[in-house]
Write a protein that binds this ligand. Structure first.
Ligand SMILES: [Fe+2]
Length: 428
């Protein structure tokens, strides 16, 4: 187990994302991506959602309501995601690259209003001043970027948003959370949990237990470290630790049980030597199925108490939930893909207006990690993503998982590809 001091030293020594230069050679220029997208959009207006915003603020005081809202429904529903994909004719080459925008849908006595505001990250503000893209993004190389001081120079704060300990936090995967003022959506600055964790990744899918306790991790991929966070319900930082992981790569989400943290590590491995002026951070990852998918279990009360399991090679973005039975077996579910093409192809080329579906859809899967050391996985036929459970059962035994699933439309209908919500039964 690394100490916090050692962790800080390791992070400080981590090579800041490599030298930056002209556009990548793997694809056409970002300007031609804009031309390709504009041309596709003219033919297919359903691509409008990928065009992105040009204004930093949106406001609609009275949204049209179809049907009837449940009586007494009041409050605010916050969303976050990449929203600004272009600047000065330059278009990003991955859906995950755009500047984040917080959106607030406020429900009040039958009225619904909408407010959106771009998150004023250091990257956004620097590029706003420059009037053009400069820094690299997750899937796009930089353009005449200044030297980078750390991951937060690339932070677009565009993945998720959570409310915890009285703070509204927008989340990214490779760097700090950003604090947001809940009513104005003003960006208040980067969140620092403790001075020695300043700037270290705080991932985008923290898990809040029923009592409000928050667990999270940060992936310091360049040093092969998973940093763990334990935060009290009032937002007070409790403890951290770092787990060295060989062949570390993309880790987007995780699950917790009453006693353990569970990480699934797909074999999409970061290759530090690949990253450079012509290769984006995403393209610096290598698919290595011979490594299998590894599962790491860490005890909450002792981060040095770890167990490893193996599953067939596959890729995962999101998890539903996990629980632990009296014999010590851990059960969890997630959405499993056979490989990472959804990340490396589908979510990239949609920015050109092209739909390149993954080799197979992501499917709802259930896993049991036996205390004896075996892992058993059951991948269902149900295509699913974004699984969620009720907050009251996070880390506890549960009966239902809710997920999005795609439903093929009848061929006679011209609007193919519609989607629907469907509930999916989870572990009993
Ligand atoms: Fe996610």
């Amino acid at each position: 187990m690394l100490t916090r001091r050692n962790l800080l030293r390791a992070f400080a020594m981590a090579p800041v994302v490599g030298a930056l230069g002209p556009l990548g050679t793997r694809a056409l220029s970002a300007t031609s991506w804009k031309r390709a997208f504009d041309s596709a959009l003219a033919e297919n207006p359903r691509l409008l959602g990928w065009q992105g915003v040009t204004e930093p603020r949106l406001a609609a005081p009275n949204l049209p309501v179809t049907g009837a809202l449940p009586p007494g429904l009041t409050g605010t529903f916050y969303r976050n995601g990449p929203a600004r994909h272009e600047r000065a004719g330059h278009r990003y080459r991955h859906w995950f690259d755009g500047d984040g925008m917080v959106q607030a849908f406020r429900f009040d006595e039958g009225n619904v209003s909408h407010q959106g505001r771009i998150i004023e990250t250091a990257k956004y503000m620097a590029e706003e001043r420059a009037g053009r893209h400069r820094f690299p993004a997750f899937g796009t190389t930089g353009r005449d970027s200044p030297p980078l001081r750390g991951p937060d120079d690339l932070n677009t704060a565009n993945i998720n948003i959570c409310h915890h300990g009285g703070e509204l936090l927008t989340l990214w995967e490779g760097g700090s959370a950003h604090r947001i003022e809940a009513s104005t959506l003003e960006t208040l600055g980067r969140k620092t949990w403790s001075e020695d964790l300043k700037g270290i990744a705080f991932s985008a899918h923290p898990k809040a237990e029923p009592d409000g306790t928050l667990w999270n991790f940060g992936n310091v991929v360049s040093r092969g470290l998973l940093v763990l966070y334990h935060i009290a319900s009032n937002g007070r930082f409790r403890k951290t630790g770092a787990v060295p992981v060989e062949h570390l790569g993309m880790v987007h989400d995780f699950v917790v049980t009453a006693r353990h943290l569970v990480f699934v590590l797909p074999p999409l491995v970061y290759d530090e030597t690949a990253f450079g002026p012509n290769v984006s951070f995403l393209d610096s990852h290598v698919w290595r199925p011979e490594l299998d998918t590894r599962v790491l279990v860490v005890a909450k009360d002792d981060f040095s108490d770890r167990r490893w399991y193996r599953l067939p090679a596959g890729f995962a973005f999101h998890f539903g939930n996990a629980w632990e039975d009296p014999t010590g077996n851990i059960h969890f579910d997630y959405c499993a893909a056979p490989d990472a093409t959804v990340l490396t192809e589908t979510l990239r080329y949609v920015m050109r207006g092209e739909f390149r579906p993954p080799t197979e859809p992501t499917r709802f899967a259930q896993v049991t990690l036996n205390a004896s050391g075996d892992a058993v996985q059951d991948i269902s036929s149900v295509s699913a993503e974004f699984p969620r459970v009720a907050p009251a059962v996070v880390g506890r035994r549960y009966r239902q998982v809710y997920a999005l699933t795609g439903v093929a439309a009848p061929r006679t209908r011209p609007t193919a590809g519609s989607s629907a919500r469907r509930s999916i039964s989870g572990n009993g």
